[in-house]
Design a protein. Structure first.
Length: 743
């Protein structure tokens, strides 16, 4: 008789079983699990493992860490307080959570990310503070994905593909089945959409949505920037067709419903390369010694009606996007460049704020409503500036003297600095008087505590193939500031007009700066010898203005300007008015650019609604719209910065042998960041490439210090660098450090 064979029982002990079970139950704490479901999640199915799970469940139940809600089904007993926040990914898969519940950010180790990605809204719990260290946490649920589409380079294998995402905030590749590659070629840059992320998979699954082209090619990289932020490249055909069918003619019937201002002297002043003109100014001298100045804005809301596919598209875009080589408009060209553009010698429907002002540039009467206007002339800022500079030496502040000086010095078609400008004494008179008013209004703003940000803007000269052949800086002169002051006036007064009625409105708000950020700014600018005074709101504003004025033209200007802007709170749209700190206004809205900003369209609609005597709009609906517009503005700003960075690196590709003088703009333990003075391109010198010594990071002095030589490379120092590497795909620039600039 043969002996019956018995299967040898498995004695493999499941490691860390307590924490594994608790993690499963806590992660889906609203759901009950039996031992089979837990075994399946762990990935075991033998009898020994199941018995270990059954035994452990009973132990945890006895310790009152879990409860048996029905026979054989268990849930976690939740004693932990859960919080919500936004993930900010760092390198190597770890990250931080920014949460309103904590003053400091919560560190999340890579093994506690639980498949969360950068920008996701998550639920988490925080451990008790570690001794002397940061507070740590673990993500328990992903509440809302920040995005589902990513840009990267595809790697094709026989039966599958992976997309290596461009962003350094993405810690995993995306797996793509071969039948979902859209026939992309190996090495193509693609837009890939996330589909799911299986529990046991290291990478999420996705599919190719669009093939963008070959990495490094100009159009590929520009399209990749737009795709990265979910921004459109073209209008859907049905939207373009709808816009093209709109009646854009100026009719007697519509004119009869509006204030007719076609006889008032009206003109536009814009950048020389502007294609749409959404604001115009009118000027009239009144018999009572006052001046009537109109700010006329394209009446976009006349053409873009609620409930249409055109309005839906404009709302989704929320803003025009200004990349280095192109504009992605909020509205189709038939509106943005034609019907709604206040082009010279054309009648246009406008929405106007008309002010009567005295010699002190004070508003004594205001009027708002729909108008029809006629632009007599179009000026570039340079042309208006030439008129202002021609008369600055005369220092005329009374009207008769102005008229006399204008008639004798600025005839029609005057030639200034070799350029001919089409002007008239009347328009020159208007420009000079309004410039004088603008200077008075600006001075009042500064006295009230406004912050004067005149940050240098980087611009590029491009050839026909969109190659950068030169870099120049855009600065704000009197003509720019004149237009700015009158746009600010309209935005402020419109907002005040509605705000004092306590009705729902779209405000542009700007909170006071955070004390911690101000202290950090003082630490940095103190290295350059600047002292700030944060005693109260007024001294803070005054010292910030003094700082910005003091650095003008100095090597550290761009660094200090940038750091000061980062210290400020972010301006946003909301129905809850808290005023605008940076402008020192109690009321402020965006009214003056509806061609390129959807909040201005909403402002026009609400203002007309209240002028018609209608009741206040639903604030909840408009708050949601405000949040969307703020988010889209943020994405557009990031895309614009990326396009500048990309173009700077393309420019530096052609200058690899040149030596550049730069300012150290950042210091870390892995290297120093340097901004080239002549073109504002920023790159990094790796500490590994600083081979003349062993350099150590000194956070107290914002410096790298040589261990043997004691040579110090400190924030703000001038150094000489040479290009080491340009990476158009990653938008990254590496330098070789050639030494300090001793000149």
């Amino acid at each position: 008789m043969t002996k019956k064979k018995h299967r040898k029982p498995s004695n493999n002990k499941i490691s860390n079983l307590t924490n594994t079970i608790l993690s499963i139950l806590k992660k889906e704490r609203n759901k009950a699990f039996n031992y089979k479901q837990i075994a399946s999640k762990i990935g075991v199915n033998d009898a020994s493992s199941r018995n270990q799970i059954i035994k452990k469940l009973q132990q945890l139940k006895a310790k009152q860490e879990i409860e048996e809600v029905e026979r054989g089904k268990f849930k976690a007993i939740i004693s932990t307080e859960y919080h919500t926040g936004i993930v900010d990914m760092a390198s190597r898969g770890s990250g931080y959570i920014i949460s309103d519940d904590f003053e400091e950010d919560i560190y999340i180790a890579s093994n506690n990310m639980n498949k969360a990605l950068h920008g996701d809204e998550v639920e988490f719990y925080a451990y008790k503070r570690l001794k002397g260290g940061k507070r740590e946490g673990e993500i328990t649920q992903i509440l809302k994905r920040a995005k589902s589409e990513y840009v990267g380079v595809i790697q094709i294998h026989k039966n599958y593909a992976f997309v290596v995402v461009d962003s350094n905030k993405m810690y995993t590749d995306i797996f793509v089945p071969i039948n979902k590659t859209k026939q992309a070629q190996d090495g193509d840059k693609v837009l890939v959409g996330l589909e799911d992320w299986p529990q046991k998979a290291d990478s999420p699954n996705g599919k190719v949505l669009e093939i963008l082209g070959r990495p490094g090619e100009h159009n590929t990289e520009i399209h990749a920037i737009l795709a990265e932020y979910g921004l459109p490249m073209a209008f859907p055909k049905e939207v373009a067709d709808f816009a093209n069918k709109i009646d854009t003619s100026i009719t007697k019937e519509e004119i009869s419903k509006r204030r007719d201002m076609r006889q008032d002297l009206t003109f536009t002043i814009d950048p020389k390369d502007a294609k749409d003109f959404d604001d115009a100014l009118s000027f009239k001298v009144l018999e009572n010694g006052l001046f009537e100045i109109g700010i006329h804005i394209a009446d976009v809301s006349h053409y873009v009606q609620p409930g249409t596919i055109l309005d839906d598209e404009a709302y989704e875009r929320a803003t025009s996007v200004y990349l280095v080589d192109r504009v992605v408009p909020m509205l189709p060209e038939v509106l943005s460049n034609n019907a709604c553009s206040l082009r010279p010698h054309e009648e246009k429907y406008t929405f106007s704020a008309v002010f009567k002002m005295n010699e002190k540039a004070e508003v004594v009467h205001e009027w708002y409503g729909r108008t029809v206007t006629y632009s007599d002339a179009r000026f570039a800022y340079e042309e208006a500036q030439a008129i202002i500079e021609q008369n600055d030496s005369l220092n005329k502040d009374n009207l008769s003297a102005l008229k006399q000086s204008i008639n004798t010095t600025i005839p029609e078609n005057v030639s200034i600095s070799g350029k001919t400008y089409n002007t008239t004494p009347e328009i020159a008179e208007a420009i000079l008087k309004m410039d004088a008013f603008a200077k008075k209004m600006r001075a009042r703003r500064m006295r009230s505590g406004a912050i004067s940000f005149d940050k240098v803007e980087v611009k590029f000269n491009l050839d026909e193939a969109a190659n950068p052949v030169g870099v120049f800086f855009k600065t704000s002169k009197d003509a720019n500031k004149m237009i700015e002051e009158f746009m600010l006036l309209a935005n402020r007064k419109v907002s005040e007009f509605v705000g004092k009625q306590k009705k729902t409105f779209v405000y542009r708000v700007h909170d006071e700066p955070d004390d911690t950020k101000l202290a950090a700014l003082q630490n940095v600018v103190g290295r350059f010898g600047y002292k700030l005074n944060f005693k109260d709101k007024k001294t803070t504003a005054a010292s910030l203005n003094n700082l910005l004025h003091s650095v003008t033209g100095k090597k550290e200007q761009n660094l200090v300007d940038t750091l000061t802007i980062r210290t400020m709170s972010k301006a946003e749209y909301t129905t809850h008015n808290i005023g605008h700190y940076g402008l020192a206004f109690d009321y402020y809205s965006h009214f003056t650019s509806p061609i390129r900003r959807y909040p201005d369209v909403m402002t026009h609609r609400l203002l007309q609604q209240y002028l018609d005597g209608e009741k206040s709009a639903n604030p909840d609906i408009y708050e949601d719209k405000c949040n969307h517009c703020s988010n889209m503005e943020n994405l557009a700003t990031k895309a614009e910065r990326d396009s500048i960075k990309y173009m700077q690196i393309r420019f530096m590709e052609d200058h690899k042998e040149a030596h550049f003088v730069g300012v150290i703009s950042g210091v870390t333990d892995w290297g120093i960041y340097i901004e080239i003075i002549e073109n504002k391109c920023e790159g990094m010198v790796s500490v590994r490439d600083m081979k003349d010594d062993h350099y150590q990071f000194d956070p107290d002095h914002y410096a790298l210090i040589g261990k043997h030589s004691k040579l110090m490379y400190q924030l703000g120092d001038e150094v000489i660098v040479k290009v080491k590497n340009t990476d158009l795909v990653k938008k990254h620039l590496d330098f070789y450090l050639l030494g300090k600039n001793e000149a």
